[in-house]
Design a protein around this ligand. Structure first.
Ligand code: 6PG
Length: 230
């Protein structure tokens, strides 16, 4: 997909909001529901607030089912919680919403991963071994080339077929729960928000010093949206 490039943060944010709106309207009109997967981090915060404020008015949130691409292993009311961030800035402001499926970061990591996987299998009525197809994932990336909580040279990067994984190590002090790479790649669209030069360079050359491909380089069905100037 061609890169969408913007020179101002307002245009970048507006474009993301309207991209989500177009996809939601198209998919709800076609099949009556829209599955939206949110990320954590700072970039989505800038998206949640205008969405909550009704910047895009055509989304029928009662048909939207919200999931998370990853979560830190913290309680939902912790500052680091991806769910907590989305709930404070967006979900709690919506009068009605189809459903919200958070990752229970307060549980032991393996239990949290198993619980989320069970919930996904039930929601999508998956057969054993089958992976879900989400409509839209709102993805960020790190300057190290990580996506979701799939980090360079991590065990998680080498287990792409797993639906949900608990990370083998901590990142910024917390274990994490993440969707696996194949599930991310089965999404109809992965909207990749690239909001600085360093991320753009890594996105365009996703290899580490040894030539190994970084997680962001393994993505498919990616719609890059780039903020060119900061
Ligand atoms: C997380 C996210 C993570 C994030 C990137 C970019 O839980 O932190 O899932 O993958 O998208 O780290 O974060 P920023 O938007 O803060 O740059």
């Amino acid at each position: 997909m061609d890169e969408l490039r913007y020179q101002t943060e307002d245009d970048f944010i507006n474009s993301i909001c309207h991209f989500i709106e177009r996809e939601a309207v198209k998919v709800v009109n076609a099949c009556g529901r829209f599955t939206l997967v949110l990320s954590g981090g700072k970039t989505p915060q800038r998206i949640f607030m205008p969405l909550a404020a009704g910047r895009v008015s055509l989304i029928d949130w009662s048909c939207v089912h919200v999931f998370f691409v990853d979560e830190r292993c913290v309680p939902p009311d912790a500052e680091e919680s991806n769910f907590g961030l989305a709930d404070r800035l967006l979900l709690s402001a919506l009068p009605h919403i189809g459903s919200v499926h958070r990752i229970h970061g307060e549980l032991e990591p393996d239990a949290a991963a198993e619980k989320y996987e069970r919930e996904l299998r039930e929601f999508f009525s998956l057969n054993p071994g089958e992976l879900p197809v989400f409509d839209l994932m709102l993805l960020g990336m790190g300057e190290d080339g990580h996506v979701a909580s799939i980090f360079p040279d991590s065990r998680e990067l080498h287990l792409p077929t797993k639906l949900v994984l608990a990370t083998e190590q901590t990142y910024n002090g917390h274990y994490r729960i993440t969707l696996g790479l194949d599930t991310i790649n089965r999404s109809r669209c992965n909207l990749m928000m690239i909001n600085n030069e360093a991320k753009m360079k890594v996105f365009h050359a996703p290899f580490d010093g040894t030539g190994a491909e970084l997680p962001v380089g393994r993505l498919k069905n990616v719609q890059p949206i780039i903020l060119e100037k900061q």
